[in-house]
Design a protein around this ligand. Structure first.
Ligand SMILES: NC(=O)c1ccc[n+]([C@@H]2O[C@H](COP(=O)([O-])OP(=O)(O)OC[C@H]3O[C@@H](n4cnc5c(N)ncnc54)[C@H](OP(=O)(O)O)[C@@H]3O)[C@@H](O)[C@H]2O)c1
Length: 185
């Protein structure tokens, strides 16, 4: 069954990136190919991200190319949420969206054709899918680093038992992955 998954790396103190959208803290800690990412992305049929995440990819095309082999690494259709007009990355299967996530999720589900839907980030966008009752899983790789401040992992209040821990796994020397299922109201 298709799941809507928020899959991301985070610092130990719950930040995706620094305030100025740097991910320099993360790269020394992890290698995509030694992580759960190859198995995860193989099951993804559509993905969504906010504009800061998309603009990070625009600014860091060379880093993404080095890490993944392509400036836009996704073959799946992608939805980018923004209230602004953003440039298109050449060759990227990207649609721009704004406003309520529900109608976009319905389009993503059709495009995913039975595969999973990946909410790439940021945290508030994942929260908007959660608010709409559409988020099934949160999968986080916690890096051995604290940032003190930055872009939040998931700025929502969700208490147990609704946030149900499913597994814990060490990945390399510096990352631990936690998988949670989100119970429905
Ligand atoms: N650690 C990781 O693995 C990881 C994973 C994902 C992201 N990141 C990084 O973390 C940072 C995330 O940045 P962020 O927290 O600012 O989040 P973001 O979701 O990437 O961007 C937020 C922006 O998206 C637009 N947006 C969000 N929801 C919208 C909606 N419903 N309708 C219209 N526009 C909407 C708004 O900007 P506008 O309307 O002004 O465009 C909003 O300010 C980025 O630097 C990214 O590279 C890291």
């Amino acid at each position: 069954m298709s799941k809507t998954q928020y899959y991301t790396a985070t610092s130990l103190d719950g930040f995706l990136a620094t305030e100025d959208d740097s991910l320099d803290w993360l790269f020394p800690l992890s290698s995509l190919n030694e992580s759960s990412y190859p198995a995860f992305i193989a099951e993804v049929g559509a993905l969504a991200m906010g504009s800061a995440t998309y603009e990070w990819m625009l600014r860091n095309a060379e880093v993404v190319l080095k890490e993944t082999g392509a400036a836009w690494p996704y073959t799946q259709p992608a939805w980018v949420f923004s209230s602004r007009k953003l440039p298109l990355i050449e060759g990227a299967d990207v649609r721009f969206a704004s406003g309520a996530v529900g109608p976009v999720w319905a389009q993503m589900k059709r495009a995913a054709a039975g595969k999973n839907i990946w909410i790439v980030g940021g945290g508030d966008l994942a929260g908007q899918f959660y608010d709409a009752g559409l988020l099934d899983e949160v999968i986080v790789q916690i890096g051995s680093a604290t940032l003190g401040s930055g872009k939040p992992l998931f700025p929502r209040r969700v208490l147990g038992p609704k946030l149900a821990l499913q597994s814990v796994r060490q990945m390399g020397a510096s990352m631990a992955e936690l998988r949670y299922e989100l119970g429905k109201d």
